[in-house]
Design a protein around this ligand. Structure first.
Ligand SMILES: Nc1nc2c(ncn2[C@@H]2O[C@H](COP(=O)(O)OP(=O)(O)OP(=O)(O)O)[C@@H](O)[C@H]2O)c(=O)[nH]1
Ligand SMILES: Nc1ncnc2c1ncn2[C@@H]1O[C@H](COP(=O)(O)OP(=O)(O)OP(=O)(O)O)[C@@H](O)[C@H]1O
Length: 448
């Protein structure tokens, strides 16, 4: 346990964590030389040839005839299979329906029973029925507000690779839209497996290229299903041998977390990063998370937002939004490593952001903020009067909250915010435009 020390900016003591050194042993796999064209090459890594999760069969038709036959039967006749499904499967569906009403939709129920028949008898490394993974993948998509075809494809996402279904039979039963998505996820899984064997994630340029290929190759919804699949696999990684845990975590950190970021699903990005951190750097993770457990203060952020809202109203200032967040454990770790800081030198663990109509209101808001809370000297930055070289504009200040914790407050206009989030693409890209077809209920949580 680290020693408790007094912090320079807070009045109560907390544990000091030294700046972590990046572990040397991350290079788990032998590196294959990059080919001239940078293409993915199927060289072998030190791990066993199959890097997939425990499945009854991973080798296709010849090794999985019973499940393949059942799966074909399922697609051929949903009613029959539905009637034959076990009480456990019915209970699993009922559980999913109680969490997300979309599991009551006919297409989704039909996909559920097809997946149930296809994966019957298959178990995860954890000992859970394989079907549970399909349901949890689909549930993650339901949380994002995806529609029935995406949820159905989420349920069926492993039936081509692991249960012997083919494109034609899925298309016949569920339509070409669902079949295309399942095929798309399968293509991405093959590419990801190749990349893992080639240790692509270790080389930044190849990891970048792979993400570009992922996004260019398939419908973005297939990428989203693959991300949901990976998030659930990362959540259940404990059951795998250590070497596989690290292989998956490394690939996820370099490829899938940035992909989630590129698609704007920041919550998944943070979950993926935190899980990778836990598996790749377990000691640092434990130390940091036990410190943060005491340190994170969600109530403080909510109280600060309320106080600021009231003060802006009193001042007659209208604002677009006020949001708050606490910095994720991995983001804190990265910042400490990158800048060689101790934990008590990270001032943006708790943050609030105000988005206003115009520049003048930003400066008035800054006055209001400094009137509400004492400022921490040396932490004010005016990137509005002096934008950063990349065009970033915002006012930043760090104040001492009532709880005597540092609170970073960022103040900017909506235009500045768009620029901050999308860089040069801000001028031609509307963050909503490309997603409305996928999130019909409009419940995608964009930053504003
Ligand atoms: N999108 C975007 N955000 C930025 C940029 N620069 C700063 N930020 C945001 O502003 C926060 C604080 O940045 P700064 O005030 O420059 O301080 P810092 O680099 O975090 O360093 P400290 O002063 O040690 O906190 C960052 O954590 C980001 O959230 C930028 O160029 N682009
Ligand atoms: N003060 C703040 N208030 C609200 N949201 C914030 C604040 N600071 C950052 N965010 C947002 O929270 C998310 C996670 O931010 P995080 O601090 O992990 O990364 P970052 O902004 O790149 O910081 P750093 O480079 O300092 O690590 C991002 O979407 C970021 O825009």
């Amino acid at each position: 346990m680290p020693a408790a020390v007094a912090c320079s900016v807070k009045c109560r003591p907390h544990h000091r964590l030294s700046a972590p050194q990046p572990p040397a042993a991350l290079d788990l796999l032998p590196r294959a030389p990059a080919s001239a064209a940078g293409e993915l090459r199927a060289t072998r890594c030190r791990t066993p040839p199959s890097l997939s999760f425990a499945r009854a069969s991973d080798q296709g038709e010849a090794r999985s005839p019973p499940s393949a036959r059942r799966a074909r039967a399922a697609v051929a006749g949903f009613e029959e299979v539905g009637a034959a499904s076990s009480a456990a499967a019915a209970a699993l569906l009922a559980g999913a329906q109680s969490r997300h009403a979309i599991f009551r939709e006919e297409l989704v129920r039909k996909a559920y029973y097809a997946a149930e028949a296809a994966h019957r008898g298959q178990m995860r490394a954890s000992g859970d029925p394989y079907l549970q993974h399909c349901v949890e993948t689909a549930a993650l998509l339901a949380e994002l507000g995806a529609g029935p075809p995406v949820i159905a494809a989420g349920l069926l996402h492993d039936t081509v690779d692991d249960a012997g279904l083919d494109y034609g039979s899925i298309s016949e039963q569920f339509g070409a839209g669902v079949a295309d998505l399942v095929k798309g996820v399968s293509n991405l899984s093959h590419l990801s497996k190749l990349a893992r064997r080639n240790d692509t994630a270790s080389r930044t340029d190849e990891a970048d290229r792979l993400r570009t290929v992922f996004l260019a190759m398939e419908d973005a919804r297939a990428v989203l299903i693959k991300l949901a699949d990976r998030l659930h696999n990362m959540r259940t990684l404990d059951s795998l041998p250590k070497i596989k845990q690290q292989c998956f975590a490394k690939e996820t950190l370099e490829i899938f977390a940035p992909l989630a970021n590129q698609l704007g699903i920041l919550n998944w990005k943070e979950q993926l990063e935190n899980l990778c951190f836990k598996h790749l750097y377990p000691e640092q993770y434990e130390e940091l998370s036990s410190n943060l457990h005491e340190f994170y203060n969600r109530d403080m952020i909510a109280a600060a937002i309320r106080r600021l809202e009231q003060a802006l109203q009193v001042r007659g200032l209208s604002y677009r939004s006020i949001s708050g967040r606490h910095k994720s454990i991995y983001s804190i770790y990265s910042k400490m490593t990158r800048k060689k800081l101790d934990m008590d030198e990270i001032y943006d663990v708790h943050g609030v952001r105000v988005i206003l109509e115009n520049k003048a209101d930003c400066f008035t808001t800054l006055e209001v903020v400094h009137h509400l809370w004492p400022r921490i000297p040396g932490k004010f930055k005016d990137y509005v009067s002096s934008p950063k070289s990349n065009g970033y504009q915002s006012l930043h200040t760090v104040v001492l909250s009532e709880e005597t914790l540092p609170l970073e407050i960022q103040i900017r206009t909506a235009d500045m915010h768009l620029q901050a989030e999308f860089g040069i693409a801000a001028h031609w890209r509307s963050p909503f435009a490309s997603w409305t077809w996928f999130f019909p209920k409009g419940n995608m949580h964009f930053p504003f």
